[in-house]
Design a protein around this ligand. Structure first.
Ligand code: NAP
Length: 250
């Protein structure tokens, strides 16, 4: 494994399992000190232990991204421990409803906006003064940001917002910080357990891709590590779709 992130300090939100955990692990294996976080302390402690067993320098901080005090602690404790931030990955998202947009309750709409979009902005407001020259921000969107899917349509729209947020923040944070985005396809995680409910369902999702397989969390982490590294030093404001060739855009 290349050590492209040696000496870097990386925060990854919602990183105690799934895509976030794999990103933290990959960053750590490439030499970064990683700060993992999520809502539940037990999950945070377990994730830190797993990373440390692999020789990774890891710190765990409980942070529900909608909680202002915990957002502040995430940034403050990172700075107390490491002094600065090189990489910030905003990965947290929820999908609390299968209702159509026009049938969605106001508090559901608020929650989707709060967790999937607003919390990312507020965390970046807090992190920005500590981001070093040459730093990298990565937002985790979704293939659903291009075509909001039935049953997850408002979730998809919040992911579309992240595509715009990537462009807007790339301009605001230039030239010292690059801001890019990853739009994963189907990755069988707890969040997306519906895609592997039966072999038949799994196959139907595999068949939606050109590569005829589901994505892995490692597929997503590899792209995140590329974007965070100097190999992507002339890329900003872009979204990389990592979906095995699902329809997205020309
Ligand atoms: P996952 O495996 O279910 O993991 C979710 C992680 O988020 C857990 O560590 C969980 O830990 C934490 N979490 C949940 N709510 C949180 C909150 N409010 N604040 C902080 N942490 C929170 O999910 P995933 O599939 O890896 O999804 C990660 C990202 O990828 C999301 O942005 C999702 O939209 C995106 N994505 C996923 C897919 C897919 O197919 N899996 C496709 C496209 C996009 P706690 O329970 O301890 O909080």
């Amino acid at each position: 494994m290349a050590r492209r992130l040696e000496g870097k300090v990386a925060i990854v939100t919602a990183s105690t399992q799934g895509i976030g955990f794999s990103i933290a692990e990959r960053f750590g294996l490439e030499g970064a000190s990683v700060i993992v976080s999520s809502r539940k302390k037990r999950n945070v402690d377990e994730a830190v232990e797993k990373l440390k067993k692999k020789g990774i320098e890891a710190t765990g901080i409980v942070c529900h991204v909608s909680n202002p005090q915990q957002r502040k602690e995430l940034i403050d404790k990172t700075i107390q421990t490491y002094g600065h931030i090189d990489i910030f990955v905003s990965n947290a998202a929820v999908n609390p409803t299968v209702d159509n947009i026009l049938d969605s309750q106001e508090q559901v709409l608020d929650k989707l906006w709060e967790v999937n979009v607003k919390a990312a902005i507020l965390l970046l407001q807090a992190a920005a003064p500590h981001l070093k020259k040459g730093s990298s921000v990565i937002l985790i969107s979704s293939i659903g940001g291009y075509f909001p899917p039935a049953k997850m349509s408002m979730y998809g729209v919040t992911k579309t917002a992240l595509l715009g947020l990537t462009k807007a923040l790339a301009a605001e944070m230039s030239p010292d910080t690059r801001v890019n985005c990853i739009a994963p396809g189907f990755v069988p995680t707890h969040f997306a357990d519906f895609i592997t409910r039966t072999e038949e369902v799994r196959k139907s999702f595999e068949d939606k891709t050109l590569l005829k397989r589901l994505g892995t969390t490692a597929d997503m982490a590899a792209v995140a590590a590329f974007l965070a590294s100097d190999d992507a030093s002339y890329i900003t404001g872009e979204t990389i779709v990592v979906s095995g060739g699902m329809p997205s855009r020309l």
